[in-house]
Design a protein around this ligand. Structure first.
Ligand code: SF4
Length: 671
């Protein structure tokens, strides 16, 4: 029996892994864990099937072109091949596309390899699609990234505002805590264009038109200056909800003893995602709902270690310890820590995810190393991304499974260990660092991701990668956070053996920090929050006569990302066996579609086939589809939903606006 953390969402529940004869036999919730207190959702219970599935990547594979068959290779041959190939390219021609599934130690090792030694800042993560708008907003408003509250604030809040978060499906254990708070008397307000399971039980559901969050939030801060010309009446026209409901939500949030604003992808995955995030921070600051028990702005991370990725410099503009590549002093601190000459780190930010694949498509980037993610399915405008991968001179895919839709386009496949085959740390949405313990050996020749990066670095002759274990990697990273907002210099693997710790944790005696900014001081240059008003802009992909509906995408409770792991569990697959499109009955009728019929769904970029599911609780004009299914798991010829979505991004965070795509629908038989 080994205690560890859940490898799925950013809630960061504690799990107990049962192991017999070197095999993982069962998984259950850890009753002593402060986040979930023994509970779990259904996904981790199916991990034993996923960990021993027949498509685990067991040995390095090589081939000269994407048309050839792979052949088995030794690690020595594969890493030698990669080392020789990388030396043929200029630093800016090399890119890494990594993942919030990685542990902090993996993230740190790849940041050091790429930004310190290969000289490329082209290291971006699928977290760019998940929470980069929150990162930019916290940084601009408070002077540093990082969600201020703790989960324990849920039980202390008297009003909870959930915006753009179907917490019931996407963060189920937090949802249980929110429901318990509601039952104990808290008011739950949900802002969502869909009547999700979360919205259905809210005390107040503001079912706004997709893309009108900013108008609503501006009206909620009226009459403060930040509201500009917005008030409830004007916002009601734009958002399509009654003014009285907006006023009620605003009063409930401002007047309650303690209000918590929680949000997720509905706010972040927008071309005005940073403005929406800043408006949420504005709301908390002007109403005094921050820095107190039960109060504050609380972005929820989608992935298990998106937070650790931010802290270790896993986005193209960052360096470890919330440092920025554009800051000379930050580069100098990191270079000194890494024992590198001054000027080793490029002062120019690397390419964010969408730009990275565009550059791969047009040949500016020639090599991409994809780690623990499946961009051929998960990136917006996915056919372009697949074309970019087809166009690359060298695609290295490092994954625990083979094939994936992305691995099918690789030249080099490096088999990685996954949960619970490697040790390391992970950080959840409330800044809680926990130990992910190794419970079983990796299969075949699979290795921990940080070990693969370290081996490649040593092969290329780089110093500073001689770590013996993950604890040493963590120690090196933690020392680099000293004095920084995400200070975890008081944390070590040894200390985490006795339990998880919330950063900042500045010394071995520091018990950690439940909530930030309780003294009213912020890490900005003035010591105060910098509030900024923002006006709603125009949609990036507006509906018109040809594409009259707005498609919003999201997750379902039984699946995770592109199904690489969750499709291996029959129980999870049985819960939702096929992809679907939810339509309002009026929209379906107008398109001659019935419940259960196959629809051709077309956007300005592509077309896919989905089974229609009528839902009269949707707003007419809005459609919904989960994004999980790609070519490997969707019925033959149906395609993945991200073949429809557009790649326009927020101008600051560069997070794609995945929540609003103009589409049309028609019966498949009519083609
Ligand atoms: Fe894992 Fe998230 Fe479910 Fe908790 S809520 S058990 S972290 S998937």
């Amino acid at each position: 029996m080994i205690k560890t953390g859940c490898p799925y969402c950013g809630v960061g529940c504690g799990l107990v892994a049962e192991v017999r004869d070197g095999r993982l036999t069962a998984v259950r919730g850890d009753e002593e864990h402060p986040v979930n207190r023994g509970r779990t959702c259904r996904k981790p219970l199916a991990l034993p099937e996923a960990s021993r599935s027949g498509d685990r990547a067991l040995t390095p594979l090589l081939r000269a072109s994407q048309d050839e068959r792979f052949r088995d290779a030794s690690w020595d041959e594969a890493l030698g091949h990669v080392a020789v190939r990388l030396q043929r390219y200029r630093p800016e021609e090399i890119a890494f596309y990594i993942s919030g599934q990685l542990l902090t130690e993996d993230y740190y090792a790849v940041s050091k390899l790429a930004k310190g030694h290969l000289g490329t800042n082209n290291v971006d993560s699928n977290s760019r699609l998940c929470m980069s708008s929150a990162v930019a907003a916290y940084d601009a408003t408070f002077g540093a990234d990082g969600p201020p509250p703790a989960y324990d604030d849920i039980e202390l809040a008297s009003t909870i505002l959930l915006l753009g978060s179907n917490t019931s499906a996407c963060h189920p254990i937090l949802w249980g805590r929110i429901r318990a708070a509601q039952e104990a008397g808290a008011t739950l307000i949900v802002v969502d264009p869909r009547r999700t399971d979360s919205a259905a039980v809210a005390d107040l559901h503001l079912q706004i038109r997709p893309g009108t969050d900013l108008a609503l939030l501006n009206a909620m801060v009226a009459p403060h200056e930040l509201a500009g010309e917005w008030d409830a009446a004007r916002a009601a026209d734009v958002c399509g909800v009654p003014a009285v409901a907006i006023e009620r939500a605003a009063r409930a949030f401002a007047d309650s003893e303690a209000s918590l604003a929680m949000w997720s992808m509905g706010a972040n995955q927008s071309v005005e995602g940073v403005a929406i995030n800043r408006a949420l921070l504005n709301l908390c600051v002007v109403t005094g709902q921050i820095g107190r028990p039960g109060a504050g702005p609380f972005s929820l991370t989608g992935q298990p270690n998106a937070m650790g990725g931010r802290e270790t410099g896993g986005l193209a503009h960052l360096l470890p310890g919330y440092r920025k590549v554009v800051r000379e002093d930050h580069r100098a601190e990191v270079e000194a820590h890494w024992g590198l000459p001054t000027g080793s780190i490029d002062p120019k930010p690397g390419l964010p995810a969408t730009d990275l694949f565009e550059a791969l498509e047009d040949g500016r980037v020639k090599v991409v190393w994809v780690v623990a993610t499946n961009p051929a399915v998960s990136m917006p405008d996915a056919e372009r991304v697949r074309n970019a991968l087809r166009n690359a001179e060298l695609v290295i895919v490092q994954d625990a499974y083979h094939p994936t839709e992305t691995g099918a386009l690789a030249h080099v496949l490096l088999p990685s260990a996954q949960w619970p085959e490697k040790a390391g740390t992970s950080v959840n949405s409330e800044r809680r660092i926990q130990l992910m313990r190794a419970a079983i050996d990796p299969p075949g020749q699979a290795r921990a991701d940080w070990r693969i990066f370290a081996a490649l670095a040593q092969r290329m002759g780089f110093d500073g990668f001689g770590w013996n274990d993950a604890a040493e990697v963590y120690d090196e990273f933690a020392a680099l956070t000293k004095g920084r907002p995400c200070d975890q210099s008081g944390v070590s693997h040894a200390r985490l053996q006795s339990g998880s710790i919330q950063w900042p944790c500045r010394s071995a005696q520091d018990p950690g920090t439940a909530r930030l900014y309780t003294d009213g001081r912020f890490p900005s240059d003035t010591g105060k929050p910098k509030l900024a008003a923002a006006q709603p802009g125009h949609p990036a992909d507006p509906p018109d006569a040809d594409f009259p509906l707005v498609l919003t995408t999201g997750r379902i409770a039984s699946q995770w990302h592109t199904m690489t792991r969750t499709a291996k569990a029959p129980d999870l697959v049985a819960a939702e066996p096929e992809p679907f499109l939810e339509l309002h009955p009026e929209d379906a009728k107008r398109a001659w579609l019935k419940d259960g019929q196959l629809a051709r769904v077309t956007s300005r970029r592509g077309a896919v086939t989905l089974k229609v599911r009528l839902d009269e609780t949707l707003r007419p004009g809005t459609a919904f589809a989960p994004f999980h299914w790609g070519a490997l798991h969707a019925p033959a010829g149906h395609g993945g939903v991200n073949d429809l979505t557009h790649s326009s991004t927020d101008p600051v965070s560069r997070q794609p606006g995945l929540k609003a795509t103009a589409i049309r629908v028609e019966p498949v038989t009519a083609r």
